[in-house]
Design a protein around this ligand. Structure first.
Ligand SMILES: *[C@@H]1O[C@H](CO)[C@@H](O)[C@H](O)[C@H]1NC(C)=O
Ligand SMILES: *[C@@H]1O[C@H](CO)[C@@H](O)[C@H](O)[C@H]1NC(C)=O
Ligand SMILES: *[C@@H]1O[C@H](CO)[C@@H](O)[C@H](O)[C@H]1NC(C)=O
Ligand SMILES: *[C@@H]1O[C@H](CO)[C@@H](O)[C@H](O)[C@H]1NC(C)=O
Ligand SMILES: *[C@@H]1O[C@H](CO)[C@@H](O)[C@H](O)[C@H]1NC(C)=O
Ligand SMILES: *[C@@H]1O[C@H](CO)[C@@H](O)[C@H](O)[C@H]1NC(C)=O
Ligand SMILES: *[C@@H]1O[C@H](CO)[C@@H](O)[C@H](O)[C@H]1NC(C)=O
Ligand SMILES: *[C@@H]1O[C@H](CO)[C@@H](O)[C@H](O)[C@H]1NC(C)=O
Ligand SMILES: *[C@@H]1O[C@H](CO)[C@@H](O)[C@H](O)[C@H]1NC(C)=O
Ligand SMILES: *[C@@H]1O[C@H](CO)[C@@H](O)[C@H](O)[C@H]1NC(C)=O
Length: 881
């Protein structure tokens, strides 16, 4: 009933396209700005179930509004006895989750959880905070006494609720905030997917009625709901997260109002410094800082700036949401909803970083971005996931792709890397970017991904510096593909399939070779351009004869296996890069095939789409489904591919965060919860972006020459100087290593700055402790999962990505077919495909239940296409853009 009402509200009250117009999913993004600041909430009852990390760890976030002496909760978990707000409306845009809630009989509030996605400014993108705005208006025309309250617990800074936290409050002219961190931090160590070196913050602009404190959960949160004021801070200065759960609260007394004149704004954040341990090309470990530090040297100044920016930030978000809504509306309302739901988790799986140069100053030409394989493995800069998320970054700002590729390229261009193909990632454990020189069997997949991304970055940003600096590495990879694609018998895909000559994999390799040709052409290397283009063309000829069904209607799963089929999602790159290898008419025939196939497979067993190929039976890949949708010229087929991805996310059974891989029969998550791979959903938008002329910025000018001897001497001296600086840097690093890992802005502040210091507004101690027997979750509930995930298993060579998670193992079971095993049909409805290799195959068009003339039309088309496919052409290599 409630759902029906909500649905009605959704329909009635929305700004046409920038919101979810179907049933919303159970869980919604609230604040997602990094792998460790990744907070989700229950859409159906914002005040009833605790918000949680993507993996379901609870995160204490509790908010209430007190109207005429009675408190109503608007976010948080179960707290018996307290009045709840009731949901009147819900709107979701790519950056905002907005609730309209009734707080008692006379007050309506809007609560907006906003996760900024910054398209232009690396500083604002990298500030690890999120906004919560609250607007209130009375519904009876009368003014009322209003106080508002929000708190966080120590759950934000550790995966082990028995660990001890410390805290501190601060009040400056601009900001009032509390921060908490583990008393004993372990740098770069995860527990239960949370990090043991973070500091959590709750902040608000300072004001005469703005107060902050630390109180115990069992002390009824300091009695705020009874008294409307915060007590003096707790006398403890540290204790375990779950020991009478210390809560850090920021409240404001709005006085007697009938409407808020401006939004009440909290900032909540999880900050770290350094954020990444990066092994450079020389093998040195470099601690990298969050990018915003180039502008704000400490966290206090970043908090001030973030709070002062709250109005402008909201305007930027509204503008971005409107732009996305406009672009997605051209496709469908369902698509708008899908993008609105999934956008935040993509960039929210990353950290944007900067490091100091040899001169001890921020090196502005050394920006690097790191991505965690959230929801699947915890790997760092997982290449196939970067590739899936590519459309998102192309749409938001292609420069981010360069920052993501740079550390991968730098490591693999160094002597530390000895494989002839591209690596799968920078290591298995975020946030340690140790690099990986492991041999593996995904050579075509990952090498293809890297070449395609490198060209996509250059074409979309116009910046040719990356492809220019790493030209030799990229061309060595293209040569590897030229040698490997012709007989791909030991290859594994990123989906962990391992059959010989997989058509959809090989076309990726071929497109990547052509991409190298384009790269060479754009850098005026005409010989390489034509060599690679010729290779691509010759491999394409084989692909067309072996990788496509004889009738030209669809891509096969493996060369020559007429009983198989595959979602040709790697053709997305052919469109994106405009390599135009595959004849445009093929897309039409593939769309016709998919149309028939989807019609015949929309059985009750598969309401959630289709698998990636005929060897998979039970699960679908959200990203690859939308890649395929993006390239289909038939909009009905496109929409039929997109709808199930939305349905899976919104299904009641998908009570988890939005997943990359889900079960076909239920929509239930299989793996990749909150994965950045869902950036793939922007694939249709990425194809509308224009390709820029690639230019290579000139190298920095060399110092003027004075004499023949000068440069030589200077070079030697310069070298010695660099060496000395290198040593100095090393010792400085060692020095820093011994210090605490709290946010660097705090490094120099003595721990004696205890709570209750003059910086905090304290109120008379509450005398009414009150009974409040609420325990969000016992630590025991969380221990078992950690054991599962804390494996230090050494990386195993070959097909299987190292995984910490059960779900990855599950995925492996499903995908790993013994080489040569016959693929099985995806569903019983796949009756048009015989599994007996000896029997002849009826084209699926003949089993279509649709009208005879349509079938006849398709037959004719298919026959034409069979002829057409025999001469699928290559566009002449393009050297200029
Ligand atoms: C809940 O609200 C009602 C009035 O609507 C009030 O009588 C009651 O005391 C409130 N409960 C609490 C725990 O504040
Ligand atoms: C993309 O981001 C870069 C910063 O990395 C910025 O200089 C550039 O202006 C942005 N591009 C657009 C189109 O906003
Ligand atoms: C709350 O949100 C609703 C729906 O978007 C809007 O109509 C209303 O003006 C908002 N109220 C305030 C006080 O911002
Ligand atoms: C959690 O922390 C407590 C207190 O430090 C410790 O005794 C316990 O072993 C930890 N549990 C795990 C699973 O690490
Ligand atoms: C800054 O970074 C660039 C790129 O990594 C590097 O080439 C340059 O030497 C660095 N500059 C300094 C001063 O360390
Ligand atoms: C990096 O350089 C900045 C600006 O020169 C300086 O404030 C900061 O302390 C340096 N950081 C480190 C880790 O050396
Ligand atoms: C890549 O490696 C080659 C060979 O060692 C070197 O000449 C080149 O400068 C490197 N490029 C970058 C960007 O480090
Ligand atoms: C793979 O395909 C090639 C044609 O490109 C063929 O020559 C080769 O025999 C195939 N490999 C196997 C093991 O079937
Ligand atoms: C293809 O690879 C398989 C297995 O590595 C090998 O046995 C076969 O001879 C190769 N075929 C060609 C044409 O190179
Ligand atoms: C694509 O195939 C069609 C049908 O055979 C053919 O007419 C057309 O010329 C081909 N396109 C190109 C660009 O060669």
């Amino acid at each position: 009933m409630a759902r029906v009402l909500l649905f009605t509200f959704l329909i009635l009250t929305f700004f046409a396209s920038c919101i979810i117009s179907q049933n919303p999913p159970v869980n919604l993004p609230l604040a997602i700005r990094s792998p460790y600041f990744n907070c989700w909430g229950d859409a159906t009852a914002p005040g009833q179930n605790w918000p949680f990390l993507w993996n379901s760890n609870h995160l204490g976030l509790y908010g209430s509004i007190r109207v005429d002496g009675i408190a109503y909760k608007w976010v948080g978990g179960d707290s018996p006895g307290l009045n709840l707000t009731s949901r009147v409306d819900l709107q979701i845009t790519p950056t905002r989750t907005m609730y309209t809630l009734q707080a008692g009989p006379s007050m309506l509030i809007n609560v907006t959880f906003m996760t900024p996605i910054e398209t232009e400014d690396l500083v604002t993108q990298s500030i690890p905070f999120s906004y919560i705005y609250l607007d209130a208006m009375s519904t009876d025309g009368q003014p009322h006494d209003v106080q508002v309250y929000l708190d966080i617990t120590g759950e934000w800074v550790t995966g082990n609720r028995s660990e001890i936290i410390t805290w501190k409050g601060t009040k400056s002219a601009t900001s009032t905030f509390y921060e908490t961190w583990l008393s004993t931090q372990t740098q770069y160590e995860e527990k239960n997917d949370q990090i043991e070196d973070a500091t959590a913050y709750i902040a608000m602009r300072s004001g005469p009625t703005v107060t902050a404190t630390v109180a115990g959960l069992f002390d009824n949160r300091g009695g705020f709901s009874d008294k409307g004021v915060l007590p003096d801070p707790d006398t403890d200065t540290s204790r375990a997260v779950s020991d009478n759960w210390p809560v850090f609260a920021v409240a404001a007394d709005l006085g007697r109002i009938s409407q808020t004149s401006q939004s009440v704004v909290w900032a909540v954040g999880v900050a770290r410094n350094p954020v990444i341990a990066y092994t450079t090309g020389t093998g040195a470990v470099q601690n990298r800082a969050p990018y915003f530090m180039v502008q704000y040297p400490n966290i206090e100044s970043a908090i001030d700036a973030f709070l002062l920016d709250s109005d402008d930030a909201r305007q930027r978000s509204i503008a971005l949401d409107a732009k996305i809504a406009g672009d997605t509306a051209a496709i469908s309302p369902v698509y708008t909803g899908l993008v609105s739901l999934a956008a935040r988790q993509v960039i929210g799986s990353t950290d944007l970083t900067i490091a100091n140069g040899t001169d001890g100053k921020w090196n502005m030409s050394d920006v690097k971005m790191f991505m965690k394989d959230v929801g699947s493995s915890g790997r760092i800069n997982p290449v196939e996931t970067l590739y899936a998320s590519l459309p998102y970054f192309l749409y938001v700002n292609a420069s981010y792709i360069g920052y993501l590729l740079e550390p991968l390229l730098e490591f693999q261009n160094s002597s530390q890397y000895t494989q002839p193909y591209a690596a799968t990632d920078l290591g298995t454990s975020y946030p340690k970017a140790v690099g990986s020189n492991q041999p593996h069997a995904q050579g075509i997949e990952q090498t293809g991904n890297m070449l395609i991304m490198a060209l996509a970055h250059a074409q979309s940003s116009g910046d040719g510096s990356l492809i220019s600096r790493y030209y030799d590495l990229l061309s060595s990879w293209a040569k590897y593909l030229v040698n490997t694609v012709p007989n791909a018998s030991q290859q594994v895909t990123a989906d962990l399939e391992s059959m010989t000559n997989m058509s959809n994999l090989l076309i990726k390799g071929i497109i990547a070779i052509q991409a190298m040709s384009t790269i060479a052409g754009s850098l005026d290397r005409g010989d390489d351009a034509s060599t690679f283009s010729n290779s691509a063309q010759s491999l394409l000829n084989t692909w067309v004869t072996s990788g496509v069904s004889p009738d030209g209607s669809h891509v096969l799963a493996t060369y020559g296996d007429q009983n198989s089929w595959a979602l040709p999602y790697n053709l997305f790159a052919d469109k994106l890069l405009q390599t135009n290898l595959v004849n445009i008419t093929f897309y039409t025939s593939e769309a016709a095939f998919l149309k028939t196939f989807l019609a015949s497979s929309s059985s009750p067993e598969t309401p959630f789409g289709i698998p990636i190929d005929s060897s998979v039976t039970s699960q679908a890949d959200a990203g690859w489904s939308v890649f395929t949708a993006a390239i289909t010229p038939d909009t009905a087929v496109r929409d039929t591919l997109i709808q199930p991805v939305y349905s899976a996310i919104a299904s009641n059974q998908s009570t988890l965060t939005y997943s990359k891989i889900y079960k076909l029969d239920s929509g239930e998550s299989v793996s990749g919860r909150s994965s950045p791979a869902l950036g793939a959903i922007l694939a249709p938008l990425a194809l509308n972006l224009s390709i820029k002329t690639i230019s290579v910025p000139p190298p920095p000018p060399l110092p003027p020459k004075r004499s023949i001897a000068g440069p030589v001497v200077g070079g030697v001296l310069g070298g010695l100087g660099l060496l000395a600086l290198g040593f100095a840097g090393f010792f400085y690093w060692r020095y820093r290593q011994r210090r605490k890992y709290r946010f660097s802005g705090k490094l120099d502040i003595d721990e004696a700055g205890s709570p209750g210091h003059a910086t905090i507004y304290g109120l008379p101690p509450g005398s009414d402790p009150g009974a409040f027997p609420v325990s969000p979750e016992s630590p025991d509930d969380r221990g078992s999962r950690e054991l599962l995930m804390a494996s230090n298993t050494p990386m195993v060579v070959s097909v299987v990505r190292p995984s910490k998670h059960q779900e990855a193992a599950q995925q492996r079971e499903r995908y790993m077919l013994p080489p040569g095993s016959a693929p099985s049909p995806p569903t019983s409805s796949n009756s048009g495909h015989s599994t007996d290799p000896g029997s002849s195959v009826e084209p699926p068009t003949t089993v279509s239940p649709t009208s005879g003339s349509e079938v006849q039309g398709l037959r004719v088309e298919v026959e034409n296409l069979r002829k057409a496919m025999q001469q699928i052409q290559v566009a002449p290599p393009e050297y200029s853009q």
